[in-house]
Design a protein around this ligand. Structure first.
Ligand SMILES: NC(=O)c1ccc[n+]([C@@H]2O[C@H](COP(=O)([O-])OP(=O)(O)OC[C@H]3O[C@@H](n4cnc5c(N)ncnc54)[C@H](O)[C@@H]3O)[C@@H](O)[C@H]2O)c1
Length: 328
C-alpha cells in the first residue's frame, strides 16, 4: 500500500475504537495521517480503549455518538477522509431493538452525509457495509449484482445506510463508496460474546479451556483477515475510480463451520467444541451458505487478500493469548 495519499492528511474514523476502526487508525498513523477517532463506547458494542494501546498519544479521541448531528457537523469539518465504520453490528440485537439499529445504521448515516454535504463537500467517504444485505444467496459466489434481500433488520438498515452514500455520490458529487465486508477476523475483534462475530466467542472459550458451540456445521463462509480489510479501506479511499461503487470483500478459502472449528482447535493446539442444531431464533435470520465473488475490487482497485485463513487464525489466537484480560 502506497502511503502518499495519507501522509499529513486529516482523517476521521467513526467507530474508531472498534475492531476494524482501531486497526485502520494504527495503519494510518504509521502512514503519517492526522487521525481523529469518534466512538460512543456503548458497552455492548465492539469499542475498547485498549484497542488504541500504543497509539493513544498519536490519535485524537472524541467519545461521542454519531447520532448527535451537531457533534458530527463539527467533526467532519476540515477532514480529507471519513472512514465511516460506526455501527450496531449484532443481527439478534437488531431484531430485539430495531429502533436503535435504525437510528445508528440508517438515520445517523443520512445526517453524517448531510453534515459532509453542507460543511465539507470535498471530503472522501468510505462506508463499512456488509454482505448481510444479500440475504440467502441465490447463487454462489455472490457478486455485487446479486439481488439485495436482507433477512434481518440490521441488513435493511445497513443497506439504506450504504445507498445513502452512493446517492450522495451520484447526486451531490460527494465522493463516497462502500465496502461490503464479509466475516472479518483478527486482533481487537470483540470476543466477549457473539455480538460481533460467532468466531469471537469461540476464541474466548477456547482460551478459557471451555468447549464452544458450533451450530449446524455445514454452512459455508468466507473470512477476510483484518490487514487485508484495512488495505481495502485505504485503496478505496485513495482511488477516484472507487467513487459511487460498492465492492465485495472476500478470500481465497471457503470453509464449512465445522471444518473452521477443527482448524481453530488445531491452530490453538487443542480444545473442544460441541455440535448443536441452530437455535430457532437464529435459524430464522440465518443466511445459509455464503461466499463472495470479489473480482470487482480486484480489477478496479487491484485488491487481493494476502493472509491465509490459517495464518489469520494463528495471529488472532496469539494476540488474545497475550491480551485476553482486556477483552473479557
Ligand atoms: N467485523 C465484521 O465481520 C463486519 C462484517 C460486515 C460489516 N462490518 C461493518 O464494519 C463496521 C465496523 O465493524 P467492527 O467489526 O469493527 O465492529 P465494532 O463493533 O468493533 O466497531 C464499531 C464501533 O462503532 C462504535 N459505535 C457504535 N455505535 C456508535 C454510535 N452510535 N456512535 C459512535 N460510535 C458508535 C462502537 O462503539 C464500536 O467501537 C460496522 O459498521 C459493521 O457493520 C463488520
Amino acid at each position: 500500500m502506497k502511503g502518499e495519499a495519507f501522509a499529513g492528511r486529516k482523517v476521521l474514523i467513526t467507530g474508531g475504537l472498534g475492531f476494524i476502526g482501531s486497526n485502520l487508525a494504527r495503519r494510518l498513523v504509521d502512514l503519517g495521517a492526522e487521525v481523529v477517532l469518534v466512538d460512543s463506547l456503548i458497552p455492548e458494542y465492539g469499542g475498547n480503549l485498549f484497542n488504541i494501546a500504543g497509539i493513544k498519544d498519536r490519535v485524537q479521541v472524541n467519545i461521542s455518538d454519531v447520532r448527535d448531528k451537531h457533534g458530527m457537523r463539527h467533526l467532519v469539518q476540515g477532514q480529507d477522509y471519513l472512514f465511516n465504520l460506526a455501527g450496531q453490528t449484532s443481527h439478534m440485537d437488531s431484531m430485539q431493538d430495531p429502533d436503535t439499529d435504525l437510528d445508528i445504521n440508517c438515520r445517523a448515516q443520512l445526517s453524517i452525509l448531510e453534515a459532509c454535504r453542507h460543511h465539507n463537500p470535498r471530503i472522501k467517504v468510505v462506508f463499512a457495509s456488509t454482505r448481510q444485505m444479500y440475504g440467502k444467496a441465490e447463487y454462489l459466489p455472490v457478486d455485487e449484482k446479486h439481488l439485495l434481500r436482507p433477512v434481518d433488520v440490521n441488513g435493511i438498515n445497513k443497506m439504506a445506510g450504504e445507498w445513502y452514500h452512493i446517492l450522495y455520490n451520484n447526486v451531490y458529487e460527494l465522493r463516497a463508496c462502500a465496502l461490503r465486508l464479509t466475516n472479518t477476523i483478527g486482533p481487537r475483534m470483540r470476543i466477549k460474546d457473539a455480538r460481533q462475530t460467532f468466531l469471537g466467542v469461540w476464541v474466548r472459550l477456547l482460551l478459557e479451556g471451555k468447549p464452544f458451540e458450533v451450530w449446524g456445521g455445514e454452512q459455508l463462509r468466507d473470512f477476510t483477515y483484518l490487514d487485508d480489510a484495512v488495505d481495502a479501506f485505504l485503496l478505496a479511499a485513495a482511488s477516484e475510480d472507487a467513487n459511487g461503487q460498492v465492492f465485495n470483500l472476500g478470500c481465497e478459502q471457503v470453509i464449512g463451520l465445522k471444518d473452521l472449528a477443527d482448524l481453530l482447535v488445531e491452530v490453538n493446539g487443542g480444545g473442544r467444541y460441541e455440535l448443536h442444531p441452530f437455535p430457532p431464533a437464529r435459524k430464522r435470520i440465518d443466511i445459509g451458505d455464503y461466499y463472495a465473488d470479489y473480482s470487482r475490487i480486484r480489477s478496479v482497485l487491484q485488491w487481493e487478500p494476502k493472509v491465509s485463513l490459517r495464518e489469520g487464525l494463528s495471529r488472532t489466537m496469539a494476540f488474545y493469548r497475550d491480551n485476553l484480560a482486556h477483552y473479557l
